[in-house]
Design a protein around this ligand. Structure first.
Ligand code: PMP
Length: 479
């Protein structure tokens, strides 16, 4: 795609004139409660109004073009403005806009998508994924996982196996079960979470949790060992499953050392517990594979997906159900008393099918694996020389860096200073969407990004880091 044709200032100015930003902001704060937002605070400043998008860029109501290095919320894998996804939705809306899949009925796009997903899921160590349960989001899918896991152990006559082990700083959604599975202390603090029988271990974050001089490989094995310690603490006969993101996303792009996943696999095998791979961010090409467990070589029993399956164009999520669980559920299960109005929604499934076909045709996972992923790795690593950067790392097309006060010692800033948010403000000002998680700055650009656009992205990141450094020095916060 020729991106230069996408940047058309006269058209943008005309569109911008059509929006009364102030009026939209006033209505927004009067009526729209945003997710994860301080509503009172937002009302004083006014939300940025996004009005259109194309390829890897979004435009706001003032006509600013912004490079969306977060793919919306890690979801617009195929990039914005893909007409065939809109066509697929339109065709399906005009044919069968809705029908449920309760009461022994089904619909063609849902059947086709389930078989397509089964064919895309790699077989690792002889384990297959022939079955899919559909939902509309990552959170719902993880709620489904809790139901599936408990049902599985009940059917096997081990109802005492209820405990699911997760990790601190993980993100698994915002419903009661999703937020409980997640390890976000701020979420747990509101509403008496986690719900019972969900416990957490520490994350494999080498920069923060390794001992002085401990190699990444040694740390990875030690971090996996925390799972075994927790299983023994809880009592192996009570543990139902371990859930984890292949690379922890919303927690700040925490990339585990290579030794981590093999040791996790050994431990779940030894104790016979189920392994849930939450691939809401990491699947569908994000790490250079259709599913991320293939990249790390582990063998999950359940895989959560959402986001990239439709490139975010319409809501869809689900769980890939591996043979181990499916056989018990189907052969011994009878009715599974669980489901959603929109499980297997025909329009969402039709868009997902068109999206997966597009990704296959353009070989987006292969492009990430062999071309843009390695190129981003090389360019992002250059940031390790920047005086503000503690460590900068990538995995496929996710990347994260940590802002530090003292590069030599790795000393971090006082979290109350909000240095990450200061950096994020410079990004916005300079036409770049980069996310701040504490003082970690993270990106996950659309998978259609080209090498030239990666150069543009890196130029912007450097410019924003430089501007942040100037500000911090002026404020006496950096030498
Ligand atoms: N799991 C993971 C790994 C996620 O990153 C997210 C969303 N960021 C979710 C679950 C929840 O998905 P949703 O917001 O669609 O409910």
């Amino acid at each position: 795609m020729n991106t230069s044709t996408l940047i058309a200032p006269p058209a943008i100015v005309r569109r911008a004139e059509q929006h009364d930003t102030r009026a939209i902001q006033a209505q927004d704060s009067a009526h729209f409660i945003h997710p994860f937002t301080d509503h009172g605070d937002l009302a004083t400043r006014g939300a940025r109004v996004m009005t259109r998008a194309e390829n890897i860029y979004v435009w706001d109501s003032e006509g600013h073009r912004i490079l969306d290095a977060m793919s919306g919320l890690w979801c617009v894998n195929a990039g914005y403005g893909r007409k065939e996804l809109a066509d697929a939705a339109y065709q399906q809306l005009m044919t069968l806009p809705y029908y449920n899949s309760f009461f022994q009925t089904t619909n063609v796009p849902a059947v086709q998508l389930a078989s397509k997903l089964a064919s895309l899921a790699p077989v690792v160590g002889g384990r297959r994924f022939e079955h899919v349960f559909f939902s509309s989001s990552g959170s719902e899918s993880n709620d489904t996982n809790v139901r599936l896991v408990r049902r599985y152990w009940d059917l096997l006559g081990q109802p005492q196996r209820k405990v699911i082990i997760s990790r601190h700083n993980a993100y698994h959604g915002s419903t009661m079960a999703g937020a409980s599975l997640g390890g976000m202390s701020g979420m747990h603090a509101q509403g008496d979470l986690p719900i019972p029988d969900i416990v957490h271990i520490e994350q494999p974050y080498h920069f923060e949790n390794a001992q002085p001089g401990e190699s990444a490989a040694d740390f990875g094995r030690r971090a996996a060992g925390w799972l075994e310690a927790k299983i023994l603490e809880v009592g192996p006969e009570r543990v139902a499953a371990f859930i984890a993101e292949p690379v922890q996303g919303a927690g700040g792009v925490i990339i585990p050392p290579e030794t981590y996943w093999p040791e996790i696999q050994r431990i779940v095998d030894q104790y016979g517990i189920l392994l849930i791979s939450d691939e809401v961010i990491c699947a569908f090409g994000r790490l250079g594979h259709w599913f991320a467990y293939e990249k790390f070589g582990y063998r999950p029993d359940l895989v959560t997906f959402a986001k990239g399956v439709t490139s975010g164009y319409v809501p869809l999520g689900g769980v890939m159900v591996g043979d181990r669980v499916a056989q018990v559920l189907i052969e011994q299960g009878g009715e599974f008393n669980h489901g959603y109005t929109y499980s297997g929604h025909p329009v969402a499934c039709a868009v997902a099918l068109a999206n997966l076909e597009l990704m296959e045709r353009e070989d987006l996972p292969g492009k990430v694996k062999n071309d843009t992923g390695p190129y981003l790795a090389q360019r992002f690593a250059e940031l390790n020389e920047h005086p503000l950067v503690g460590v900068a790392e990538t995995c496929g097309l996710v990347a994260g860096l940590v802002l530090v006060k003292d590069k030599a010692t790795g000393e971090t800033f006082d979290p109350d200073l909000g240095v990450g948010m200061k950096c994020r403000a410079h990004c916005f000002k300079n036409g770049l969407i980069m996310r701040a998680v504490g003082d970690r700055m993270i990106i996950a650009p659309p998978l259609v990004i080209t090498r030239a656009q990666i150069d543009e992205l890196m130029g912007l990141i450097r410019q924003c880091l430089d501007a942040t450094l100037v500000q911090l020095r002026a404020e006496g916060l950096h030498s």
